[in-house]
Design a protein around this ligand. Structure first.
Ligand code: 9MG
Length: 288
């Protein structure tokens, strides 16, 4: 799709992210109804401590989200989202000097968190909300464009596609990358994500991961989120708190299929899985 190889360094505000090897992004949900950490990190100090631990365990990025995107989640206002996210971003940047990604589709949140020092935008709606493209462009930050069919409220109601899932996802991402470039967003600032669990059945998710190596044709960094997702629950019959081993298997496979950023809840164990997988793929070890 392009003659340019995927960039090795991603400029993220004051940070430069080395993507010559796979990196881990720690999830920091600041939603009262988060599906996996059930609002435990809503208190600011708790959120900071949790982020500090993820950084100590090796996370390169902290992804802060104030709007739940779990199936069935209800929409919130821009002000509610800002009230949840902005104080956390500010403290992560000032106190921990963290590379913060903001999980948002809301233009005002993109603008204001960028002004507070956020280094990346993670948009599950791939900048399709009104004003989002312009807002992202104005920040100068890299943006992760994710595939989602439908909206969180209804996306899991019998999702179906007219084309094989990997083709549908790649067509969508190609269109969004082209729209971003046409609006002036530089390709070097874009990342792509197939959006596991977003408007997809278990079969869609399994097939998409198995064929994900095809997405490296974009020559854009590939970000994936598989941690604790219902796909693991459905295949293995595990509740959310017992999905780590399944998630590590998927993380390892994702790296083998070309993922460069893994968005996860359990940073320490994922670092081991990723580093072990990477050592095999490159037949070497940093500690030699
Ligand atoms: C916010 N969020 C939840 N799941 C996600 C996923 O799989 N990818 C990205 N980029 N963001 C996600």
């Amino acid at each position: 799709m392009t003659d340019n190889p995927a960039p090795t360094w991603l400029p993220c505000g004051r940070h430069r992210l080395d993507l010559s090897y796979p990196r881990v992004m720690g999830i920091l949900n600041v939603t009262p109804d988060s599906f996996s950490d059930g609002g435990r990190h809503v208190a600011l100090d708790d959120a900071l401590r949790h982020a500090e631990r993820m950084l100590a365990e090796g996370a390169a990025i902290i992804d802060v989200g104030g709007e739940s995107t779990r199936p069935g989640a209800q929409a919130i206002t821009a002000q509610q989202e800002l009230d949840r996210v902005a104080p956390v971003v500010e403290r992560l940047v000032c106190e921990l000097d963290a590379l913060v990604s903001v999980d948002t589709s809301t233009p005002a949140v993109m603008r204001q968190t960028a002004a507070l020092g956020a280094g990346m935008i993670n948009d599950v709606r791939a900048l399709q909300r009104e004003g989002a493209l312009e807002a992202a462009l104005g920040t100068g930050l890299p943006v992760c464009l994710m595939h989602m069919q439908g909206e969180p409220q209804d996306m899991q109601q019998a999702p179906r596609y007219d084309a094989p899932i990997e083709e549908a996802v790649m067509d969508f991402l190609e269109t969004r990358v082209a729209a971003c470039e046409a609006a002036g967003l530089r390709r070097e600032r874009l990342l792509i994500d197939p959006g596991f669990g977003f408007g997809k059945t278990v079969e869609h998710n399994l097939r998409l991961l198995n064929r994900m190596d095809r997405m490296t044709r974009f020559d854009l960094p590939l970000l994936v989120g598989l941690s604790r997702k219902s796909l693991i629950g459905k295949v293995l019959g595990r509740p959310v708190e017992e999905r780590l081993p399944g998630g590590l298997a998927l993380a390892s496979l994702a790296v083998e299929r070309g993922a460069r950023i893994l968005r996860v809840h359990d940073v320490g164990p994922t670092m081991d899985a990723v580093n072990m997988t990477w050592a095999v793929l490159r037949e070497g070890c940093e500690n030699d």
